[in-house]
Design a protein around this ligand. Structure first.
Ligand code: F6P
Length: 342
């Protein structure tokens, strides 16, 4: 059988582990795999590279994706969708494995329902906001990157008796912020799921200082909201899937904290650092397992499905059920974090 794979949306550590697991499993069954380049753009334009177990064996520790990625959405124009279908037939493919977040998987799901294209999905994102899987690979590496950065920021914050506000990614879900906030013993964790109460944060920072803690770390989600402030400007950049480019809240929060507490405050936006680097052991293993199971679905011709982690097991779920609902942070995590945020 001939299987194509592609990686779409924001990259993350562990994508190459999936590709390697997929290629090896397909080859073990006597099939071949090709990689479409730069997400759905490669599927539209028919750009690909052949992949084999030898070529992909060394890619496991590499961050990013050897296939390149983009936020191209073929459904922006029905002609582009037809080009994807044409590419599928021209390349004589038997299956197409899309590795991506909600947008990329949404396209795979529609191609399956609209054109009966034999697609399979594999969930990825540092944001950990996909509803049908317990964890996405990339998230763990991202948390370790944030933790490493905050551990460094803490020493300078302490030396200068400052507050440092750290803005992290995650779009409209607070997984990265809450988990890294717990891992870094932050003094405040501001997530999109809860309206930020900056008065309470300022009071806490002042009280902790009076008690002897002379610095502070405030974690804030790029998608968090401040009471009465619309942070999204009219001319904000929008991507192919209609998502607005987020960023900038950390600087605002820092200004407010400095003004209201009188404590010197700085802000740092970790930005795309969070998506880079070599995958953690957890992400290498999870990515590998998902790649193997995506290949097995292709071999069984079980299409229109997404592989997912449930507990310790890799299962498959209908793509149509797996996309379209963002999974926000479960309140229990903020409740637990709250023991240290009083
Ligand atoms: O979805 C992953 C993510 O890193 C988000 O956390 C972030 O908002 C977005 O992608 C950034 O996208 P881009 O790389 O297109 O700026």
């Amino acid at each position: 059988m001939k299987v194509a794979c592609l990686t779409g949306g924001g990259d993350c550590p562990g994508l190459n582990a999936v590709i390697r697991g997929l290629v090896r499993t397909i080859a073990n069954s006597g099939g071949e795999t090709i990689g479409l380049l730069e997400g759905w753009r490669g599927a539209i334009e028919g750009n690909f590279i052949p992949l084999d177990p030898m070529k992909t064996d060394e890619i496991l520790p590499q961050g990013g994706t050897i296939l390149g990625s983009s936020r191209t959405n073929p459904y922006k124009d029905e002609n582009l969708v037809k080009q994807v279908v044409d590419t599928f037939h021209k390349l004589e493919l038997d299956a197409l494995v899309a590795i991506g977040g909600d947008d990329t998987l949404g396209v795979a799901s529609k191609l399956y329902s609209d054109y009966k294209l034999p697609t399979i999905g594999c969930p990825k994102t540092i944001d950990n906001d996909l509803s049908a899987t317990d964890f996405t690979f990339g998230f763990d590496t991202c948390l370790n990157t944030v933790m490493d950065a905050v551990d460094k920021l803490r020493t300078t914050a302490e030396s200068h008796r400052r507050v440092i506000v750290v803005e992290v990614m995650g779009r409209h879900a607070g997984w990265i912020t809450c988990f890294s906030g717990i891992a870094c013993s932050a003094d405040a964790i501001l997530v999109p799921e809860e309206e930020a109460d900056l008065d309470a944060v300022c009071e806490r920072l002042k009280r902790r200082r009076a008690d002897g803690k002379m610095y502070g770390i405030v974690m804030v989600s790029e998608g968090a909201e401040l009471k009465g402030q619309n942070l999204i400007t009219k001319d904000a950049e929008i991507d192919d899937f209609g998502h607005v480019k987020l960023g900038g809240i950390g600087a605002r929060v820092a200004k407010i904290i400095q003004k209201n507490t009188g404590i010197e405050t700085r802000d740092v936006t970790l930005g795309h650092l969070q998506r880079g680097g070599s995958p953690s052991a957890y992400d290498r293993v999870l990515g590998t397992r998902l790649g193997i199971h995506a290949a097995r679905l292709a071999i069984k011709k079980d299409f229109g499905k997404m592989v997912a982690l449930r507990g310790l097991h890799i299962v498959s779920v209908p793509l149509a059920e797996a996309v379209g609902t963002m999974r926000t942070l479960y309140p229990e995590f903020m409740d637990e974090a709250g023991e240290f945020l009083k």
